[in-house]
Each structure stands twice: as structure tokens, then as C-alpha cells.
Design a protein around this ligand. Structure first.
Ligand code: SAH
Length: 440
């Protein structure tokens, strides 16, 4: 409880997004919604040219091109987060979200023996709001962290969003260093004096003791889709509609495709989505954590290997047909947490997934809300806090559909770093958020 009281001592943030906006986690089938816009976008022209030259493309290739093509990709050039954009995420809804995650990292840092230095690495940091809230907690708990050498490492492919992140996080008076050719394409210093670096790829982040954070990152990584047929698994491809020359449609591959190897032998569903890129990121994180220590916290909407067709698009806070006006809407698919756990290949221990409402409650969101409510008499701020809490915690909103998964070194759970004087065996402290709240 003492962390929460200390972190709650000062600041109440300015208004966040005016609620309600639509969040992306709600499940809808990808095929039923009406096409909202048939305009021929530059991305559609590019895809039609590509398909004409080399044949139908996989859904994974489609998603990758549409989202992160360096010239025309959806994520590359505009700000899609918040009220004016296409969707809203938890950190944009309430400051409490990032503050509790900040406490999680400090709690893990303490439990693992207060290393003299750590890197905080975020994958897909959006507007930088989550990091801003985390850093505020680090500043407020400065006496705990004062001898710890902290650095920030942001993995971001979007030029536009990296500029917004820099505006949110860095000290204006210290000019940013830019080098588009280097794996570290931008460097700066945060408002609280912490060095911050930007990369396009996790591989380029120094392999040092690190805490990793991925919030609504895995759901935008490209998925392959497969349909079970009487002839076995067939991959879903994107082709040009033969009836309408500037329209795309889904088709099934006539024979087996290489990505089929990602489907489990004992798979019982008749439609599956697999995300090899997510598997590669998890393998990299697991390898790093097993070698250098630290932990990863992954939060996203998803399932445990049970759902089928979750591929969908969002534009202007509304569902958008995934094949219409590509490049103008976000594309996303639910994260398969069972696949992520499998991809860690036993190199690290995994905790969860637990529902967002459980994780945040275990982290003390009720206490945090009370502290913040006690700080203000302003009715609009109080209402914003209560609405934000409801949005994050209500099972019908984000409370149930969003999940948290943690990856920690095996020794973290076997307590090599902590010994209980009254027992001969080491006794590990529980990993915060994944069990009942037990603040000391
Ligand atoms: N974490 C933020 C933003 C989520 S949106 C939040 O919760 O508010 C997804 C983020 O991932 C964006 O910042 C997007 O630019 C980034 N992104 C998408 N694909 C990426 C990739 N392949 N590598 C790195 N970042 C990526």
C-alpha cells in the first residue's frame, strides 16, 4: 500500500479523452459489416499492382503492407489514437493504468534484487502516454530509484508516432539527435533526465538487464488465416475481385502453403489465425530475459487458443471492412496467448493471462482511485476518473476482454534472490498483479 500512497501524493493529470469512444477489443466478425468507403486509395492501387504481378497474397502480407509499408502504411504517417482518431487505448483513457504498470515494474525490480541499472523497453508506444504515466511514478518514487541507472528504449516503426512520443516525453531544451540510417534513429533526454532512444526493431535494443512492455502491440502484428476444408487446411488469401476490378476479396489457396506448419497437429478449430511475427518477438524476449534477467509485461485483447475469425478493421471509432479503402483504417486480430506462451519455449516462466479487471484490482486500482478522488472537488475531473475506472474495469467494457501476461526468469519464481530467515528454503515474493494484493 505504501507505493500507492507515495505515488498518489501529488499529481492529478489533465483531462484524458472524453468518453465514451470505441476501443478495439470488442469482438465482431470481420465479414458482416457494410463497406463504408469504396474509394481507391494509394494503398489499394499498390496492392492491386502487387497481386496482378505475383498473384494473391497472404492475409499476413496484406496486413503488413497496409499497416507498416514505409511509404503508405496506416501507422506510418498519422495519429490514429484518441477521440479524433480511429480507436482509444487504456493509457489514453485513464492515468491510473500507466501508474499501476509503473508500480508493477518497480515491484519486479525490487523483487529481483534492485539491480543497479535497468532499461525500460516499450514495443509500439503509441503517443508515449503510457510511458509518461510510468515515468511520473518513477519520479514520485525517486528515493527508491535514486541510485538506479534507468534508460528508455522505444521500438517504433512509425515516423509520425515517434515524433509525438518525443513531444510527450522529452525535454524541449535538449535537441533530439536524429540519424535515419542508424538502427538507433533518434535519441533524446526525458523531462526527468532519463536518456531515451528509438529503434525500429527489438533486435537492435542493447541486450542488457531490461523490463519490457507491450500494450496493444501484438494485436497489430500480421496474422496468417487458415480454413479447414475436406482437403485439409487451406490458407486464406487476398485477391482481386474478378467482378469489380478495384475491389479485393478473400479466396482460399488451392493447395497447402508454407505457413501451414504453424498449425498445431491437434488443432480442433475449423478456422485459425497464427502470428509467426509474434512468436519471433516472444522468442527474442524470452532469450533476453533468460540471459540477462528482467521481465516482460504484455497486455492485449485476446484468447487462449479458442477463438477463430477475429481479424477486423477500425476507422473513426467504428468497425470498418478490412478489405475496403486499405491504409485508411487500423487492422487488428485478437492475440492468441496460448501461442505466445508456447513460443517462450520454457526459457522463462509465464504468468497469466489474467483479465485486466483482475490484474488492475490486484495492483490496487481501487485504492488509487480513492486517492485521486480525495485530491479533487472538481466535478468534471471526478466524473472523468470514475468513467475511466468503469471503462478499464467493467467486464462488459475492457475489464474482461483485455488480458495481462508476464514473462519472468525461472529463478524469480524459485526465490533465489530472496530468503526468508525463518525458513530454510528461499521464499519468493509473489509477482504483483497475478495474485491477491499483498502490499507491505
Ligand atoms: N501501446 C500504445 C499504442 C498501441 S497502437 C497504446 O496502448 O496506446 C500500436 C503501436 O505499435 C503503434 O505505436 C504502432 O506504430 C506500433 N507498431 C505497429 N507495428 C509495429 C512494428 N512492427 N514494430 C514496432 N512498432 C509497431
Amino acid at each position: 500500500m505504501s507505493f500507492l500512497a507515495a505515488a498518489g501524493a501529488r499529481r492529478l493529470c489533465a483531462m484524458r479523452a472524453v468518453l465514451p469512444c470505441l476501443w478495439r477489443g470488442k469482438y465482431f466478425s470481420s465479414g458482416d459489416e457494410p463497406a463504408e468507403n469504396n474509394s481507391v486509395t494509394p494503398m489499394l492501387r499498390h496492392l492491386i499492382y502487387k497481386i496482378k504481378s505475383t498473384g494473391p497474397i497472404t492475409v499476413a502480407e496484406y496486413m503488413k503492407e497496409v499497416l507498416t509499408n514505409p511509404a503508405k502504411g496506416y501507422y506510418m504517417k498519422h495519429d490514429m489514437l484518441g477521440e479524433e482518431g480511429d480507436f482509444i487505448t487504456s493509457p489514453e483513457i485513464s492515468q491510473m493504468f500507466g501508474e499501476l504498470l509503473g508500480i508493477w515494474f518497480i515491484s519486479e525490480w525490487i523483487a529481483a534484487g534492485k539491480n543497479a541499472a535497468f532499461q525500460l523497453v516499450e514495443l509500439g508506444p503509441g503517443k508515449g502516454t503510457l510511458l509518461e504515466d510510468i515515468l511520473r511514478v518513477f519520479s514520485q518514487l525517486g528515493s527508491l530509484l535514486k541510485n538506479c541507472d534507468i534508460s528508455l528504449h522505444l521500438v517504433e516503426v512509425s515516423q509520425k508516432l515517434s515524433e509525438i512520443q518525443a513531444l510527450t516525453l522529452t525535454e524541449e531544451k535538449v535537441p533530439l539527435e536524429r540519424n535515419a540510417e542508424s538502427p538507433v534513429y533518434m535519441k533524446g533526454v526525458t523531462k526527468s533526465g532519463i536518456p531515451v532512444s528509438w529503434y525500429r526493431d527489438l533486435q537492435d535494443v542493447p541486450k542488457e538487464y531490461s523490463f519490457y512492455l507491450a500494450h496493444e502491440f501484438f494485436d497489430v502484428l500480421p496474422v496468417h488465416k487458415f480454413q479447414k476444408t475436406p482437403h485439409g487446411w487451406r490458407e486464406v488469401l487476398v485477391d482481386i475481385d474478378p467482378q469489380v476490378s478495384d475491389k479485393l476479396r478473400f479466396v482460399l489457396a488451392p493447395c497447402a502453403t508454407p505457413a501451414e506448419t504453424f498449425i498445431q497437429d491437434d488443432e480442433t478449430r475449423d478456422h485459425v489465425e497464427v502470428c509467426p511475427e509474434a512468436g519471433a518477438v516472444i522468442q527474442e524476449l524470452s532469450q533476453r530475459i533468460s540471459l540477462t534477467g528482467g521481465a516482460a509485461l504484455i497486455a492485449d485483447y485476446g484468447h487462449d487458443g479458442t477463438k477463430t475469425d477475429t481479424f477486423r478493421g477500425f476507422r473513426g471509432h467504428r468497425l470498418h471492412d478490412v478489405l475496403t479503402a486499405p491504409g485508411t483504417a487500423d487492422l487488428t486480430a485478437d492475440v492468441d496467448f496460448s501461442y505466445l506462451r508456447r513460443m517462450s519455449q520454457g526459457k522463462v516462466a509465464s504468468l497469466g493471462p489474467v483479465e485486466q479487471q483482475t490484474f488492475l484490482r490486484n495492483m490496487g486500482i481501487d485504492v488509487r482511485l480513492k486517492i485521486l478522488l480525495d485530491k479533487t472537488d472538481e466535478p468534471s475531473l471526478r466524473q472523468q476518473l470514475l468513467q475511466g475506472y468503469n471503462m478499464l474495469m467493467n467486464p462488459m467494457k475492457m475489464g474482461e476482454r483485455f488480458n495481462f501476461l508476464a514473462l519472468v526468469p525461472h529463478q524469480r519464481l524459485h526465490g533465489r534472490n530472496q530468503t526468508n530467515a525463518r525458513q530454510s528454503k528461499p521464499s519468493p515474493s509473489p509477482v504483483a498483479g497475478f495474485g491477491e494484493l499483498a502490499w507491505q
